[in-house]
Design a protein around this ligand. Sequence first.
Ligand SMILES: Cc1cc2nc3c(=O)[nH]c(=O)nc-3n(C[C@H](O)[C@H](O)[C@H](O)COP(=O)(O)OP(=O)(O)OC[C@H]3O[C@@H](n4cnc5c(N)ncnc54)[C@H](O)[C@@H]3O)c2cc1C
Length: 460
Amino acid sequence: MKKEPRSAEVETLTRSYGREIFARLEGTGPIPFAPSWWDDRLMEWSMGNEAIKLQLFRFVDVLPMLGSPESIVRHLREYFGAAHEHLPGWLRFGLRRLPSRGFLGRLLATLAYRSAERLARKFIAGSNLEEALDAIAQLRRRSLAFTIDRLGEATITEREADQAQADYLELIHGLSRQVNHWKTNDLIDRDEHGPIPRVNVSVKLSALYSQFDPIDPAGVSQAVRRRLRPILHAAREQSAFVNIDMEQYAFKDLTLQIFREILEEDDFRDWPNAGIAIQAYLCDTASDLEALAVWAQRRGTPVTVRLVKGAYWDYETIISAQMGWPNPVWSHKWQTDANYERLTEFLIDNRRWLRPALGSHNVRSLAHALALAHIRGLPPGSIEYQMLYGMAEPIKDVLVSLGQRVRVYTPYGQLLPGMAYLVRRLLENTANESFLRASFTEHVSEEKLLRNPLEVRHIR
Ligand SMILES: Cc1cc2nc3c(=O)[nH]c(=O)nc-3n(C[C@H](O)[C@H](O)[C@H](O)COP(=O)(O)OP(=O)(O)OC[C@H]3O[C@@H](n4cnc5c(N)ncnc54)[C@H](O)[C@@H]3O)c2cc1C
């Protein structure tokens, strides 16, 4: 990938867009997570201490599997007991005396469950299609587009994979029946190429096959494509869009392979309404994107690339250390941020074949994209901005007020399969390096938040 020296013009305009976003955010209200005062306090408190945070997330993770009030209270005691020395005195005292039986035990278990559920509902749009439609309709009232995600990953049986396929088909048909008749909103329903599919579905390939293992790429590709094909046919028929999510590093090459293979099939070769997520925290992303651009050009039809930083940073770092493998992710946050900016530039310059969709809540990363788009003279709507449901709400509205198309990644499903997703969001919101935490909770200065990541390297 060609490395150009960062132009002073891009930098100046990036800061100016960044300041404009912050000015529009002024007084917009609530921090981006937790609907109530108690949830805010809980998040802030748990964020302040790694040991407590770990136990809280372990508890949230296991909660849906706990059948009785006794086992809920036992786990509360066990998990938070492990962080004993970090708890305030009153809580240590209370923990020892938690009732596990009778009315009080049941009340406590219900309270714990309801709190976790309320937290989950902040990031998960609903438990069924109807609730998801409701959430999408509310987003649309704010001129926000959507991509819907069916919660549940790591399919273990073929029956689950069949169910996943059936759910995606129901989603595409069910949503299209409603959403395609809603009144047009030019900001989100059109771009320079014409109408944009309103129904947009995000699919995790590992949900479509119980043996999703890179050890047998040809066999896995065949099995996944068998279930993916009807989903793409339905999407094509209903004018919907399908985006493939990116999961852990071990699945990356296989995911890219399946994406390319299915889109080279005769039925889909000329279909532009497909996309894939690409993670900037990986050291080898630049070459993946270059290869994807060459491939898309050869195919003769563009695809969309959703550029994200990546949701599995801790996992990749821990697994590679455990196995003695080289770490596939950058080790410093500024490296991921700098790579994100480089790749944004690559996408913008190759948008004929790779249409840019930028998934970030980081004002610096967003401002950099706005600046580049302006300098390159891109028509409005050439870049799509994407953010997660329940996160950075005010930033979404500010981008809309700047005339940008914003799509919200909207997961729906039951609490149990949703837990892995919820824990990833909690980790993301409370991570030391998170932009949202620095910006909304720790009130780091705008000047610092808008620094060029390459500058941060020298300051560290
Ligand atoms: C619409 C949408 C779809 C998404 N789909 C996917 C997907 O398919 N696959 C996926 O993996 N993620 C996906 N994500 C999640 C996404 O990866 C995270 O939301 C994103 O990383 C947060 O980045 P940010 O720019 O908002 O925040 P920032 O706070 O600026 O960045 C946080 C990110 O920086 C990286 N990071 C943190 N610490 C370090 C460190 N020490 N060294 C190097 N890098 C570090 C991590 O990637 C971390 O998530 C999606 C996000 C959105 C908005």
